[in-house]
Design a binder for this molecule. Sequence first.
Ligand code: ADE
Length: 242
Amino acid sequence: MRFHVLTLFPEMILNGMSESIIGRAIKNEYISLNVVNIRDYSDNKHMKVDDYPYGGGAGMVMQAPPVVAAYESIVDNMNLDVTKKKPRVVYMTPQGSVFNQDMAQDFAKEEDLIFLCGHYEGIDERALEMIVTDHVSIGDYVLTGGELPAMVVMDCVSRLVPNVLNNEESAMFESFYDGLLEHPQYTRPVEFRGKRVPDVLLSGNHKKIEEWRKEKSLERTRERRPDLLEKKEKEKKENGNS
Ligand code: ADE
């Protein structure tokens, strides 16, 4: 997987992607990260990349020429026949479809993913019309820019790239895979400030432990994410009828 990021704040991306599992995956070349500073493509002597909105209103709008030129610099280096396949360009915006695990699976099939991070009041619509293939939000709240959202998506997609997680790590994060939240986990000590690990986990009875975990999974999902249970029920019904 090759990630490319168009941003005005390259250090934010480089720093955020340099640690932990993602940092290791880049070092081991299971994923790559190419960060392009949109400001380097300004044709203005002050390297300005934004201007006042036509029609008036508050804030500034990122101009189309540097955004499109920065995008073209990436595509030029890709040796892609763009008449056949346009690269996937994901614009991070609160006006996009809300990101989920299914979208991550879909993105993980690509060899290259380009992320476009906006700031200010947004980006000139003409640039978006020319290059963007997917509008993606990470939730119904507004952040100061698209860099954190792009890193959220890249982190989630990276986990699905072969070899990025080792065996232990892949087994570790199972939430969402069977549509339920994961059961609670405990480790030593057996007692901490008067709170004991549930006896069943110390019993060595694997059948009982499995039953307990399943029950806790259901209980937790019912309490915290009843919408997931409804979705599972609906899918079951649909599959049963087809
Ligand atoms: N940019 C600002 N807020 C955002 C959000 N919630 N999702 C994606 N991009 C954003």
